[in-house]
Design a binder for this molecule. Sequence first.
Ligand code: PEP
Ligand code: MG
Length: 531
Amino acid sequence: MRVLETTVRASEGIAVGRAFVVDRCTASTSYEKGAPEVEQNRFEQALQQSREQIETLAADSEIFAAHLEIVDDPMLSDAVVAHIDEGDSAHDAVLQASAELVAMFEAIDDEYLAARAADVKDIFARIAANLTGGVKNPFEGVAEGDIVVDAELLPSDMALLDFNKIRGFVTAEGSATSHVCIIARNLSVPAVVGLKGILSEVKSGDTIIVDGSGGRVVIEPDIATLDEYKVRELNHKALLAEQQQAAGAEIFHNGERVYVFANAGSVEDVERAIAAGADGIGLFRSEFLYMQSSVEPSEQQQYEAYLSAARSCKGKPLTIRTLDIGGDKAVPYLGFEREENPFLGWRAIRVCLELRDMFCRQLRAILRASAEGNVRVMFPMVVTLEELEQAKELLEQCKSELKSQGVAYDENIKVGVMIETPAAVLIADSLASHCDFFSIGTNDLVQYVMAADRANAKVANLYNPYSKAVLRAIEMVIAAADAADVECGMCGELASDTEATELLLGMHLREYSVNISSISKIKYQLNNLLK
Ligand code: PEP
Ligand code: MG
């Protein structure tokens, strides 16, 4: 019996089964290198072949539709050609360009761009395979109930691997925020990722246990361990079923409704969240519209996206956060300058109040969507009352324009502020008298209160949402909201943490905007606490 452990928590749950170790070797990985023109030709042919394969696959897969948008990005081919010009073979150039671009995307602390890193890696892997013998399905032979063991699972694998068929998976690379882990959590498939050394420890046919909750994998367990985990697997399944039952519930505390909203980063997320029992969307991150495209999305494109999100909410609130971009989240076409201190720099509402035409295009799109749904608008990174006043003034201007053009919108659209800076906490009472709701963004609030970068592992011990200073800040915000009779929610990660629910409920938090995979868990937790 061998046990391997990691601190990464990918997808909880227990699975016991037979290992299927994925073999990704292509026919050959070397060929005789030609002159740069020959290699460039080879690369272009492989690129064309890859594009055609992706086009076919994109017809019924969202993942490949995203690949189709990326495959022709000149950034990809420029990086490869640069290496060919330096004397590399097309195959080596593709591998090198892949490593460089992936590292560049991964260095950015942004979930959307991290997901793009995986897409880029995936596309390069396809081109490399086409250069050396063709793409094959590495999951051929996976049997019902198998546990897949692989170096890494990439987005395109999701189109080939049926998650409803396997019992769990383990990978040597990857992070908890990767696309596959998000899907695994949504489908309750136990997974352990980032487990270095797993490939040299396990072979196909071995019995393995995946303990996603503990970040542990047991290979060839002894009888006692196997029995123990079989019981744990059954208990976990029973708990999931109970949680699932709680998903549709309406929760009340002393006669007051307690809401479990969801955080969404795309229109599809909104649909998934509502189907999973969310009482609404507490944070609709609008950045995806701006980051997916190589030019600013038009007012009409934004309107269409907000409208379909609002319709998917079926009358439940849809809280659209205005563009939170800048600093570390750059959009190339906006030409942001590099900053020494991006988290303290030009981002979010600061950018929007300066790029007013762009901001107004977004506000008009939000207002137009509000005519057909329960839409709320929320401003990020506010630190002064003046910022809120200016943003509201622009909103009023947009309303007047729409009115004069005879375009419908919700005259009483609710306006909220994200409380994610110490400044906003300290002036919460003033902000409360100028808005309809707050949403506490603990992801940023923790980093600013504790002066600890949210993405820097070296200060992870300080980046602690349970620190006394952070908890006091949260308490102050909720009290200020209550005093002004303003709704107060939380959309930072802390809201999704079942261990925090009791504490937050005790502070009188009545809106929890959580990850889609946490909706039923948080509802179940609230139900239990309020029994
Ligand atoms: C937050 O800061 O808590 C938040 C929800 O916003 P983001 O994670 O998008 O910065
Ligand atoms: Mg934030």
